[in-house]
Design a protein around this ligand. Structure first.
Ligand SMILES: [Zn+2]
Length: 326
């Protein structure tokens, strides 16, 4: 019988819990509001309470999860289990593994949510059987996790995967990170909304609502209806993300780009197909023909599934007695 693992995806709004098997199939799940303003002690107490509730499920009476993994929306030091900085949670240097492990006497693993998501795609999603992939989340911002040569890639300085903050326009638009010209500042959800308000004339009447509430989905709908400025905007998004992907593919030699996040649901002919075309024409020749671009089939469950399976991907904190890789 397949071993079970418990995964926690800590988001700025909700915390998702799930018990999955070795193949990443979800057997049980539950969800609670984060209440980020409560502070780390209260949030960790909630996480413990929810895990305890999950473990009381009849399905787990004689089958306990062999590890607990947590994905966090920020920088985490997987070697120590410490969350270094998670702005949406207002966390700095929170020793998450040490807070969870003694309660459950189970190995505990912690990683950035983007890396957990990439790990899920590699073990249980579209990337099964591959050696390297990038899981790119296109939402308000642009996130990315990398699996290279079959391992979660952290980087020597633990900052690998800052795909959204690569410079794609010298002295371009200002970014939340304090610099200019980042991919996210030109092609993230916030950037698309900002540019739509600036560039699309008569937006109120086109939308039939106040243009201040314009969404990325609205922009893609207008583009699909061939509204010229909206089409120009979605075309420019393809160019910027395309540049980012070509850089990423040429540097890392990944076999697959797996897209998730709200924007990945844009009509295929306005995002995915032209992106693939851009990559085919612009990436280094020997990889451009082979690399695939797909939508995630795990979707929003990816960070939770990947967190659950972290025991197979990272060594984890010393006290956690990591399982051997199989
Ligand atoms: Zn930036």
């Amino acid at each position: 019988m397949s071993a079970l693992h418990l995964g926690v995806d800590i988001g700025g709004t909700n915390i998702k819990f799930g018990v999955v098997d070795e193949a990443g199939r979800i057997l049980l799940q539950r969800k609670t509001a984060t209440g980020a303003q409560r502070g780390s002690d209260a949030i960790i107490a909630s996480i413990v309470g929810e895990i305890e509730a999950l473990l009381r499920d009849p399905l787990l009476l004689d089958r306990k999860p062999e590890s607990i993994g947590l994905g966090v929306p920020g920088t985490a030091d997987s070697a120590s289990g410490v969350v270094v900085y998670a702005p949406n949670l207002f966390w700095r240097n929170v020793d998450l593994a040490s807070a969870i492990q003694p309660v459950f006497h189970t190995p505990v693993f912690v990683a950035q949510d983007t890396r957990a998501a990439a790990w899920a795609e590699y073990l249980a999603g579209e990337g099964r059987g591959l050696r390297g992939l990038a899981a790119v989340t296109l939402g308000t911002g642009i996130g990315c996790g990398l699996v290279l040569d079959g391992k979660i890639f952290h980087g020597a300085l633990n900052t690998a995967g800052e795909f959204g903050h690569q410079i794609v326009a010298l002295d371009g638009e200002g970014c939340n990170c304090g610099r200019r010209g980042c991919l996210e500042a030109h092609a993230g959800g916030l950037a698309i909304v900002r540019e739509a308000k600036k560039r699309i004339g008569g937006l109120d009447s086109l939308l039939g609502k106040d243009s201040s509430s314009v969404t990325v989905a609205d922009v893609y709908r207008l583009s699909e209806e061939n509204q010229p400025q909206a089409r120009e905007l979605t075309d420019s998004v393809v160019r910027f993300i395309g540049i980012g992907l070509v850089n990423l593919i040429d540097l890392t030699s990944v076999e697959m780009i797996c897209l998730s996040g709200g924007m990945s649901n844009a009509p295929r002919h306005l995002l995915l197909d032209p992106l693939l075309d851009f990559v085919r024409r612009r990436a280094y020749e020997s990889v451009s023909e082979k690399v695939r671009i797909c939508r995630s089939t795990l979707g929003e469950d990816a960070p939770m599934i990947g967190a659950a399976l972290l025991c197979r991907g990272i060594a984890g904190p010393a006290q956690a007695q990591p399982m051997r890789e199989n």
